[in-house]
Design a protein around this ligand. Structure first.
Ligand code: PLP
Length: 485
């Protein structure tokens, strides 16, 4: 390509019979500018190259360019080139178009913004600054240097085979999951899995049990397919199976967070796990087990997954590396019962074929070479210390205002208001004091406000936690607020 000429690969419509060549070419270029295919500032090839590219004479190209120049669509500088004019008259693009009609409802939390860096006490953020970027970079550059054509070609809807194997082994040894690598499908995270599963397993009007309070991402996925959400109350052991049966015994399935209930934090004991498995077996229902952060258990032994107890192939396990490693990684997995693998993969072809190959191969090496295990162990210690700082600081600064749950798992903890405020009021006041927190009422469906706030601790050092607690105390103490006001 001649020096200094930008690539212009514009597809032109066929010239209709009876239309002069110059008129046709002028109209094609003008429309390309008007509908934005040729952006303001785009440089056009020299008329000679343009003529050759589109099989017209140079004279025709010059005539059309000159006409567009005189109309203000182009600007040129002698000896330098010709560009699409940056200052197109506003009305060239016509009046503002009416917005395209949206049929589904926006997600429940779509208005919340998560600017970077996070402020205390954002709940879903791991300690990004602690991620061993140099190790990741070393693996990435090695993978790129030795990249195989098979990896570049991709094509397996399950994801990168060796990564599926590594995940199956990791889950078997650390989470008591009972699966072969063929049951593991790589996705971009829990949310993509929920979206695909909701569309695969539910028809409009189908009933599905949802923990109340529960995870908004699951509510959104089920709502999007028009499913009938049955809010089932959560007690101190997790979702209440007896209440669920009273409300809708023949539901198609249930969404659960048994290792670490979102947002209240409790772990489901064995008896409750067996009860829900029994119900799923009798009702021929599916159970979606969202195991989103249980690697970070600070006391006692890791709790084996519900999937590992399942004899009836009801459980679909979801996990994510987006919290374990870093949020923008966008890699997670689904462990499917064997009978669901093919339908799930066939369905997946309709959205994204498979996840990005290179990132999967880097993650695979990161796991197989032991870096993930090391990172988890380091983070477990760090997060335990941060949680301890939050709980100790909570007693010091928030006595009589807010009780922080004693729960010992995950990246966040629930806390309960003792000052009579609703959780929304507390959230609003906290925001005004520069504190990032979410009202527990954001996660309730039918039950009354669980008066409390979600507090994340993993991403903040002890100084930030102390400052955050001071800010929260000022926000929640009406007397302090009134004195200051
Ligand atoms: C309960 C629960 N599941 C899943 C996720 C999201 O996982 P992912 O980022 O992999 O979609 C979150 C994020 O906050 C969560 O709280």
């Amino acid at each position: 390509m001649p020096k200094g000429v930008s690539a212009l690969e514009l597809t032109l419509n066929e010239r209709p019979p009876g239309i002069a060549l110059t008129r046709w070419l002028h109209e094609e270029l003008r429309h390309a500018v008007l509908d934005g295919r040729l952006r303001p500032g785009t440089r056009l090839p020299a008329s000679r190259d343009f003529a050759r590219q589109y099989g017209v004479s140079r004279g025709t190209a010059v005539t059309v360019f000159e006409q567009l120049l005189s109309e203000g669509y182009l600007r040129s500088q002698v000896g330098a080139g010709t560009w699409i004019n940056e200052r197109l008259p506003e009305n060239l693009f016509g009046a503002k178009r009416p917005p395209v009609a949206v049929v589904s409802r926006p997600a429940r939390l779509s208005k919340l913004k998560f600017p970077h860096p996070a402020r205390p006490f954002r709940a879903h953020e791991p300690a990004i600054a602690e991620f061993p970027v140099e190790v990741w970079a070393r693996i990435a550059s090695r993978r790129l240097r030795r990249v195989t054509s098979a990896l570049l070609a991709g094509g397996d809807a399950r994801g990168y085979g060796p990564l599926c194997t590594a995940i199956a082994e990791y889950l078997g040894s650390s989470r008591g999951v009972n699966c072969s690598p063929e049951q593991v499908v790589i996705v971009s995270g829990v949310q993509q899995a929920l979206d695909l599963l909701a569309r695969l397993l539910l028809k409009p009007g189908d009933a599905v049990w949802m923990e109340d309070p529960g995870y908004f991402g699951a509510i959104t996925a089920f709502t999007n397919v028009g499913a009938r959400i049955i809010p089932v109350p959560v007690d101190e052991h997790g979702i209440s199976v007896s209440k669920g049966k009273q409300l809708c015994a023949r539901a198609k399935g249930a969404y659960l967070t048994p290792a670490h209930q979102f947002p209240l934090g409790m772990t489901m004991p064995l008896e409750r796990r067996l009860a829900i498995l029994r119900w799923a077996h009798d009702a021929r229902a599916f159970l979606i087990e969202d195991d989103y952060d249980s690697e970070f258990r600070f006391q006692g032994r890791p709790v084996p997954s519900l999937q590992g107890l399942d004899k009836g192939e009801s459980v679909i396990l979801l996990g994510t590396f987006n919290k374990l490693l870093f949020p923008s990684l966008r890699l997670g997995y689904v462990v499917l019962p064997p009978a669901l693998v093919d339908p799930f993969l066939a369905f997946r072809y309709g959205t994204d074929l498979h996840p990005a190959g290179l990132d999967q191969s880097i993650l695979c090496d990161f796991i197989v070479e032991g870096h993930m295990g090391r990172h988890i162990r380091r983070m477990r210690e760090l997060y335990a210390a941060r949680l301890a700082a939050l709980q100790a600081g909570g007693q010091r600064y928030l006595g009589g205002l807010l009780d922080i749950s004693p729960i010992q798992v995950g990246l966040y903890t629930a806390s309960f208001l003792r000052n009579g405020m609703t959780s929304r009021e507390a959230e609003t006041r906290a925001t005004a004091h520069g504190i990032e927190t979410m009202a527990l009422s954001r996660f309730t469906l039918k039950r009354n406000d669980v008066q409390g706030l979600l507090l994340g601790f993993a991403a903040f050092d002890e100084r930030q936690i102390r400052r955050g607690l001071e800010g929260l105390a000022a926000a929640l103490d009406r007397k302090q607020g009134e004195a200051a006001g």
